[in-house]
Design a protein around this ligand. Structure first.
Ligand code: SF4
Length: 343
């Protein structure tokens, strides 16, 4: 199924061209952008400062993009996992994670993923579709807790840099003053390291970067992340060395700790060598078993020992608190279930 064209998700330049082609005054583009991204009204018939005839034509031409989540699971710790249906009919997940004053939304960029990471339920689905900018933005705009959000992380389903055009378009709308007006310092994009798109992303956006590392040895990393064969982590790190992460923008490395697989002293030594000279942080994430996985979770002591050993080598290292375990908050589990048992 191909997605219908939507007004939501268009940039001011595209709205400008649209207005010109439709014989509308140029200032109408700004008016439409304001309705869409400041007031979150996408129905052209409700855009009362646009001429009635133009409103009607826009309503006939464009399909609505904003739709409420179809399912929500609430964890005992307050984390909520929402399931949205895309315009093409696939399921995607978004996790809302409240934490004191902070409330983070974990956003998906694709339905499924073709990167095939062995520890990831989404990877097992394969790629069903890359999300349009409207489908990415809908996860934010149609979230019941929209007005409480303080942070966004592009760490949900999919590899954002395998959908760079639409992710950059969504980021432009989120961070522009004519759009949602968010500071890029409240947004983090996570990538497995899509080398051909990395510079483009770093040059055209100011949001923080998180790189999925998970093992510093190429052969071992390739075992769990096939992406290593095409785009080695060493090349990713070389590119990162060209950029400044000492001021507004931060880079971090995500490291899922799998017991006995990537948590030995030699891994610590190699991590320290690989990341030498880059101002960064490592976020340790305890592996949570997914059905059929051969990997195991480390206990609390092992996590702390690993963190302390990295910190002793001068790498700022934190252990990320697990959230929403009771509602299958790990990316891809819920949508896999819904895919197999449609609601
Ligand atoms: S971990 Fe991320 S990049 Fe890897 S398969 Fe899962 S969604 Fe894709």
């Amino acid at each position: 199924m191909t997605a219908p064209e939507t007004l939501y998700g268009k940039t001011p330049e595209e709205l400008d061209a649209l207005c010109r082609d439709a014989g509308m005054p140029r200032f109408a583009a700004r008016q439409i952008a304001r309705w869409l991204y400041v007031r979150h009204v996408e129905d052209p018939l409700r855009m009362t400062d646009i001429a009635a005839a133009h409103r009607q034509r826009l309503a006939e031409r464009f399909a609505p993009a904003l739709r409420a989540p179809e399912h929500a699971s609430v964890s005992a710790d307050g984390t909520k996992k929402y399931l949205f249906r895309t315009l093409q009919g696939n399921f995607i997940e978004s996790a809302y994670i409240p934490d004191g004053e902070r409330a983070t939304l974990c956003v998906s960029s694709q339905a499924g993923c073709r990167m095939g990471c062995r520890f990831c339920a989404t990877g097992r689905q394969g790629l069903q579709q890359s999300l349009s900018a409207a489908e990415i933005l809908n996860q934010i705009v149609s979230l019941p807790e929209r007005d409480r959000l303080t942070n966004l992380v592009f760490m949900g389903m999919g590899e954002p840099l395998d959908n760079t055009d639409n992710v950059l378009r969504a980021l432009e709308i989120i961070t522009s003053e004519w759009g949602f007006g968010w500071s890029p310092t409240r947004i983090t994009l996570s990538t497995a390291g899509v080398v051909p798109q990395l510079r483009r992303f770093l040059d055209s956006s100011k949001v923080h970067l998180a790189v999925s590392l998970h093992n510093p040895f190429p052969d071992e990393r390739a075992e769990i992340m096939p992406v290593e064969k095409a785009w080695p982590i060493a090349r990713v790190v070389d590119i990162l060395r060209e950029y400044d992460f000492t001021h507004q923008r931060r880079v971090s490395f995500e490291y899922i700790v799998m017991s006995g697989l990537n948590d030995s002293p030699r891994h610590i030594r190699e991590l320290s060598r690989l990341l030498n000279g880059i101002k960064c942080r490592i976020n340790l994430i305890r592996f949570h078993r997914i059905p059929g996985s051969p990997y195991f979770s480390p206990d609390d002591d092992a996590m702390i020992r690993f963190r302390d050993a990295l910190t002793a080598r001068g790498i700022q290292t934190t252990i990320r608190a697990s959230r929403g375990e009771d509602i299958q908050a790990a990316c891809g589990l819920l949508s896999t279930r819904m895919k197999n048992e449609p609601a």
